[in-house]
Write a protein that binds this ligand. Structure first.
Ligand SMILES: [Zn+2]
Length: 248
């Protein structure tokens, strides 16, 4: 016997009052709700009970309208996290994301700049390592909805963890370990992505002897990502990805 469905009729969730049961969608229980603004709409029961949906959508639209896009973008570019911006402005974090989407700005691309500038000797040392063991790639983002979206990646693979710890301390980024090929001698990958990768390549560029051209393509790619939204951007990004692949 299926579990009894809790009757939500007349219950209030934010601006919504449940009117009656609605038809199931994809095996999920829905309830017809009337919003304070007058709109009636079926809403999933779990979204109501979990507090995820509090209006027909009008509350969220009001929030987004209230957002000062210039201010949000400035705060994010200065390094604030989405949550900090949302808390400071008293809005939902989703409103921050939507406001930036409307400006054609990707938050992932602007909030991960390098935290500090390393010394010139550290940069020289790293350029040598990167020429030998570095990789520059443009990878496809699998999770993004809509059209294709790629992101820039700079990484170093090595079996000595100490090098990667130093790289991470100096430039930031992430380390992951791959022990599939040889469990006795795991390979470490130190990785920077998007804007952080571009900042890194820009620092190294004057000293690269082998991967200079690849770095130039990576930087051009990232400038398209961070630039204004324009038609044909995805095409130009794909062309750069192909040029980069042909260099290897
Ligand atoms: Zn409403």
């Amino acid at each position: 016997m299926p579990p009894a469905v809790k009757d939500l009729t007349q219950k209030v969730f934010g601006r919504l009052t449940v009117v009656r049961e609605s038809a199931e969608k994809a095996g999920q229980k829905y309830w017809l709700c009337r919003c304070l603004c007058g709109v009636e709409k079926p809403i999933r029961g779990s979204s109501l009970r979990g507090g995820y949906t509090v209006s027909c959508g009008c509350f969220h639209r009001e929030q987004v309208r209230r957002v000062d896009g210039d201010q949000v973008e400035r705060m994010l570019r200065d390094g604030s996290e989405v949550e900090d911006v949302a808390a400071t402005l008293g809005i939902h974090r989703q409103s921050v994301i939507v406001a930036m989407k409307r400006r054609g700005v990707s938050i992932a691309d602007m909030k991960f700049g390098l935290k500090k500038t390393p010394s010139e000797s550290d940069i020289l040392y790293t350029a040598g390592i990167f020429d030998g063991e570095g990789t520059i790639a443009i990878n496809r983002n699998k999770s993004a909805g809509g059209g294709p979206r790629w992101w820039l990646l700079a990484s170093v693979a090595n079996t000595d963890m100490r090098l990667h710890n130093w790289l991470q301390q100096t430039f930031g980024g992430h380390i992951r370990v791959n022990s599939r090929k040889n469990p006795a001698r795991p390979c470490y990958h130190w990785t920077l992505t998007s804007r952080q990768a571009a900042d890194f390549l820009r620092l190294l560029r004057p000293f690269l002897k082998i991967k200079g051209e690849q770095a130039d393509i990576g930087l051009e790619f990232q400038s398209l990502v961070q630039g204004e939204r324009n038609l044909g951007r995805a095409n130009r990004q794909q062309k750069l990805k192909e040029r980069l692949q042909n260099l290897r």
